[in-house]
Write a protein that binds this ligand. Structure first.
Ligand code: SF4
Ligand code: SF4
Length: 103
């Protein structure tokens, strides 16, 4: 059903209802991705900028160090690459089609 542009809210179709708090884990948003960040463990200095700014909590951390990227949730927004330090080439974005791992 498509609502008219000027339709009152009562006529809008139901969608995107959050029925349970904290249910974001159920929605694996990784399928939205057209580009993916690739993490280079050798270059990473564990500044944690990527972890702090990732809107999907897709940067995996263990004992205060990055361990990888959870591609089940990474939407490929590229924020992690934007906020990484200038020097290390710790993260780069590549087209999903160039990825060897089509996870
Ligand atoms: S921004 Fe780069 S250097 Fe900092 S924790 Fe993330 S991957 Fe490592
Ligand atoms: S591309 Fe976006 S969603 Fe994916 S790890 Fe980076 S900041 Fe998180």
């Amino acid at each position: 059903m498509t609502a008219k542009k000027d339709a009152p809210w009562q006529d809008l179709p139901e969608a995107g209802i959050i029925t349970d708090p904290g249910n974001a884990a159920e929605w694996e948003t990784g399928s939205w991705r057209s580009n993916r960040p690739v993490w280079d463990e050798e270059e990473c200095i564990d500044c944690l900028n990527c972890w702090i700014y990732c809107p999907d909590s897709a940067i995996l951390i263990e004992d205060g160090a990055v361990r990888g990227i959870d591609y089940r949730y990474c939407k490929g927004c590229g924020i992690c690459v934007e906020v990484k330090p200038k020097k290390p080439q710790c993260l780069k974005m590549i087209p999903e089609s160039e990825s060897e791992d089509q996870q």
